[in-house]
Design a protein around this ligand. Structure first.
Ligand SMILES: [Zn+2]
Length: 305
């Protein structure tokens, strides 16, 4: 099965986003009062957890929390259960933890492996959406305050003549497994500035304005590693709301094995055979971050030869 057919961490999930409800504030208000409704409290991009994992507030507790907190957003329906998230970022950490009845705050990525995939997806979604609200308090056109609406999926500029609608931002990035020409099969990994001495990873970069994804792959590979690539093929994508990413994975073929790094963003790039990667893994080095698409790209490539 290819990367595209399998859901990577933070995507998929059982939540029905129920977009039609976002424009029904009466119904959303009623859902917030229902005893079965779940409200997930977050604090500055972090989950609030107790001994069992992320805290799920009951309607009663949530109404107390919401009166002292920032935005409440509607995430969707889990079966018949409405799921909301509430932002406690205006409080200090201790107050947020106490108010939520939690014991501490933890980054969602630190919970991967302990959370079920659906719960990780919901927490990441909540984190990304609440992060956007904190960054989008004002209209970028006229500078007037922007107020939340649409169940937390839009903000509206309050500047009378402007009134612009502001939607959550997503910043796409490409991540690429580049193969060398000829045999044996080799793939290109690079050591990034700031990474540990023997830490190699796939090449990646943000998509720029006016580029399609394949353009971004070709440009980034030329800029970062001095290589020309062809046969750019889509492998899959991953929600990456840390804070606003969408990672789009590709494979590409280099036309030459000559590599030239800039020495600033990338310190070194070199070709690895499958045997070398397996040796590294056997020696305890993970191939990419286990929750991230680069791990999947590398393992799919290993499995293909
Ligand atoms: Zn405006």
């Amino acid at each position: 099965m290819g990367t595209a057919e399998r859901v990577l961490a933070y995507g998929g999930g059982r939540l029905d986003r129920a977009g039609a409800l976002r424009t029904d504030p009466t119904r959303l208000g009623a859902l917030l009062g229902e005893p079965t409704t779940v409200v997930l409290p977050l604090w500055r991009d972090r989950c609030l957890v107790d001994g069992d994992g992320p805290v799920r507030l009951t309607a009663e507790r949530a109404s107390l929390v919401r009166s002292a907190a920032g935005e409440t957003v509607f995430l969707g329906l889990d079966g018949d259960t409405a799921v909301f998230a509430v932002d406690l970022s205006a409080l200090d950490e201790r107050s947020a933890v106490e108010m939520a009845g939690a014991v501490k705050s933890v980054d969602v990525r630190a919970l991967v492996g302990r959370l079920d995939a659906d719960d990780a997806a919901v927490q990441a979604y909540a984190r990304g959406l609440l992060h956007w609200h904190r960054q989008q308090r004002y209209c970028g056109t006229c500078g007037a305050p922007a107020v939340v609406g649409g169940g937390g999926h839009v903000r509206t500029c309050t500047g009378g003549e402007c009134g612009r609608l502001l939607f959550p931002r997503i910043e796409p990035a490409i991540i690429v497994l580049v193969e060398a020409p000829g045999s044996p099969g080799r793939c290109l990994l690079a050591r990034h500035a700031g990474a540990a001495e023997d830490a190699y990873s796939t090449l990646a970069g943000f998509v720029e304005v006016g580029e399609n994804l394949e353009d971004a792959v070709r440009r980034e590979m030329a800029e970062e590693a001095g290589i020309t690539v062809t046969d750019v093929t889509y492998q899959g994508s991953q929600a990456w709301p840390f804070p606003a990413g969408l990672m789009v994975g590709f494979r590409a073929s280099a036309t030459s094995e000559e590599v030239r790094v800039d020495g600033e963003e990338l310190l070194e790039a070199r070709w690895f055979t499958r045997a070398e990667l397996r040796q590294r893994e056997a020696a305890g080095r993970t191939l990419g971050r286990v929750d991230a698409i680069d791990h999947r790209l590398l393992h799919d490539w290993l499995a293909a030869g």
